[in-house]
Design a protein around this ligand. Structure first.
Ligand code: FAD
Length: 385
């Protein structure tokens, strides 16, 4: 059985980000095995995130914007978000970048295969891969399978952020390439939160995404209809070509994701609960997590000393999920209040879990009382408090 210092089961966003951080340390001489069943050569998603700090991947950033649009109910605003910037990275560029950094290193091995089992042990972990076994001192596991997830609906919330995006090209100028639209609620809500998200690449090219926060997914035709109606009826665009389609489902849940899966196994990425339950954003959280894991290994000899963040945000996420679940039809007006009454930087910090408490309370006080009070009462009933 071949032995490694670290095995990364899953070489997607979390596995590759952590591998790059590990090998980036001066004098790094550990052996790493990265196992993924996929070749990771297709553009299977795009990652966007806001940040006021340095962009972690300047060489592969596809677009950077300093402004964002919000279109709510009777309220519209373009925000200058500086010192924040909104970044977009295409997955295919990220995978290629990671491969370039990692394949050049003699200590890194890639295997394209399916992981069947990860078995914890006292002194090492055994990973079974299509009939072969490998051992490691530490395993970082990002193999999240929603089918292996046993929901507890009496205690937690289970929504999805689900979407379909069309990368379109129009006959005439239709987009402001300087300004993505974070939310446009001019689409029928039909009982749950639905909005359009636009990433403009030029005056005639953009990714237009029909996005929902709800429990049930839609049929493929329903996503297409939502996009079609918005582009033709709201944007008044009749002539356009669809160059690419992106589909996605991101779990939005307050179900606990244990980080420590054994003596020597750490869950990372979606499996490690890095997706923010109330927004579905994860990419920057994964980058910060990778940094914390590397620091923990360096300073403590194990990867478990990673910061948890203020606990109040778990409660805020649960409240938001409860409000979204019960009040889907009024989320457009709740989000309109959020953006109308609060500075954009404070909203970012709230969502990044970095605000001082009084700033968070100010945000909560700007939102309509009844759905949030009844969410709190219901959470108590769900034994969350
Ligand atoms: C379409 C889409 C768009 C998103 N956009 C954003 C965004 O704009 N901003 C943001 O912050 N977040 C976004 N997210 C959320 C989050 O950032 C991503 O899901 C991110 O890829 C999660 O990283 P991960 O490593 O946990 O999972 P993944 O990147 O999915 O990596 C898991 C890897 O495990 C491999 N694998 C699974 N099972 C096995 C097995 N049994 N054996 C071997 N390999 C296996 C898979 O092939 C995959 O490569 C998006 C998610 C999706 C789905």
């Amino acid at each position: 059985m071949e032995h490694y210092d670290y095995i990364l089961t899953g070489g997607g966003a979390a596995g590759l980000s952590l591998a790059m951080k590990l090998v980036n340390q001066t004098g790094f001489d550990k052996r790493i095995l990265i196992i993924d069943r996929d070749k990771k050569t297709s553009n299977d998603r795009t990652w966007c995130f806001w940040s006021a700090d340095q962009n972690p991947y300047p060489d592969i950033t596809f677009r950077t914007w300093d402004k964002l649009n919000f279109q709510g109910i009777g309220f519209k605003k373009t925000y200058d978000i500086q010192p924040y910037r909104y970044y977009m990275i295409r997955a295919v560029d990220f995978y290629e970048h990671a491969r370039q950094i990692l394949t050049g290193k003699p200590e890194v091995t890639f295997i394209q295969s399916t992981v069947n089992k990860v078995e914890d042990g006292k002194s090492f972990v055994v990973v079974s891969v299509d009939g072969n076994e490998y051992s490691a001192d530490w395993v970082f596991d990002s193999l999240f399978d929603p089918n292996n997830f046993i929901p507890q609906p009496d205690r937690y919330h289970y929504l999805n952020q689900h979407f379909r995006g069309w990368e379109i090209e129009t006959e005439f100028d239709a987009f402001d390439p300087q300004c993505p639209t974070l939310f446009d609620f001019r689409t029928p809500q039909n009982g749950c939160m639905r909005f359009i998200y636009i990433l403009p690449f030029s005056t005639r090219q953009a990714m237009v995404e029909y996005t929902l926060f709800s429990e049930e997914l839609l049929s493929p035709q329903a996503y297409d209809q939502g996009l079609h109606d918005y582009i033709e009826k709201v944007m008044q665009i009749r002539e356009y070509k669809i160059h690419m389609v992106e589909n996605g489902v991101i779990p939005m849940t307050d179900h606990p994701f244990p980080r420590r899966l054994g003596r020597r196994i750490l869950a990372i990425g979606t499996k490690g609960g890095r997706v923010k339950p109330s927004t579905g954003y994860a990419f920057l959280r994964i980058q910060n997590d990778s940094k914390s894991i590397v620091n923990s290994i360096k300073n403590f000899g194990h990867p478990y000393n990673i910061p948890k963040g203020p606990t109040r945000y778990q409660l805020f996420d649960s409240i938001m999920l409860q409000v979204m679940k019960r009040n889907g039809w009024r989320m457009s007006s709740i989000f309109t209040d959020l953006f109308r009454k609060n500075p954009i930087h404070s909203i970012f910090k709230f969502l990044d879990e970095e605000n001082p408490l009084f700033a968070d309370l100010k945000i909560l006080a700007s939102l309509p009382f009844p759905p949030f009070v009844s969410a709190l009462i219901r959470l108590k009933l769900l034994k969350k408090l």
